[in-house]
Design a protein around this ligand. Sequence first.
Ligand SMILES: [Zn+2]
Ligand SMILES: [Zn+2]
Length: 256
Amino acid sequence: MGLLEDLKSIFYSRKLTCSVCRRENFSDRTVCDECFATLPFNGESICGHCGRATPYPAEYCDYCKNKESFIDLARSVYDYEQPIKGLIHRFKYDGEKYLAEEFALEMNKIFTKSMGFVDCVAFVPSTDKKLKERGYNQSRVLAEEFSKLTEIPLIDAVQKIKETESQVGLSVKERKENLKGCFKVVEKAEVKGKTVLIVDDVMTTGSTLETLAEKLKKAGAIKVLALTVASVSFNKNKGEEQGEKTPKTEKMNENL
Ligand SMILES: [Zn+2]
Ligand SMILES: [Zn+2]
């Protein structure tokens, strides 16, 4: 990361300006009170399994119905809409790592309310090449912040051993194929017999999290939960998108 990004991160992290509207901020968080009220928080109308926003509360959404999952429970703080989309984009691509603090704070609220107990926190690893390009792994930054806040130990047990193609425009099946063999659990002892929480920024189709969860379970994890800042909902406006089998995808989520 360059000097400019570092300075930007330091400047914004002082919370003097709102990270959404950039106006003077009088709240004690990175988002001003006015903008905070506009954030697309997930409420009661979610899928009981994957946590995506749904038209009405449901045990399983259309996406989870009749689908095998290696993730026992997933929750996300926000529906992936503006202004959260913009914030996550800046967190991920513009070096605004300080946003992890705000995200972790809200993630912890959902965690306490809906999940309760895990042995350790894991992140979605990236390849060395990707890490060099971006300077940091946003999933790791989030997991570190979450671990710091909750004092739940962070584990670094998985490696990404294969670079994956962009996931844009791929069907769920193609995404699965694309992700095949990309993760390797290198520290099996860290996950064996454990309940593991994977922390990440956005859950789009969930293919990446599923692939990782499958690996963790094969390495002996008893339960795998997933907690993301946001999740892409679909079929939210019932009727409109009915019959759609995959959630809408966005260019900025190309690596998910
Ligand atoms: Zn604001
Ligand atoms: Zn669901």
